[in-house]
Write a protein that binds this ligand. Structure first.
Ligand code: SF4
Ligand code: SF4
Length: 74
């Protein structure tokens, strides 16, 4: 089964993933409209996905830090 594996220890909090997700599905760069959410607190990042995530992998393709990995087959 396909999934996105998150590696929060590699995440820099750059929010490119949120920008790419919102642009893909909403047609605009608005991180608050993304189906992936990065929470930064105490110098670390927490990565979560909403139920609307389609597992398209767009966010993972654009993460420059290897914090998101597509696993399995759709
Ligand atoms: S998961 Fe990747 S693209 Fe998203 S904020 Fe972290 S480092 Fe940036
Ligand atoms: S896999 Fe696709 S739908 Fe899910 S958070 Fe990433 S870009 Fe958005």
């Amino acid at each position: 089964m396909k999934g996105i594996e998150a590696h929060p220890e590699r995440c820099t909090g750059c929010l490119i993933c949120q920008l790419m997700c919102s642009f893909t599905f909403e047609g605009r760069f608005n991180p608050s409209r993304a189906r992936i959410k990065i929470d930064r607190a105490d110098g670390s990042c927490r990565i979560s996905f909403s139920r609307e995530c389609t597992l398209c992998g767009r966010c993972a393709e654009h993460c420059l830090y290897g914090a998101l990995e597509v696993r399995g087959e759709g």
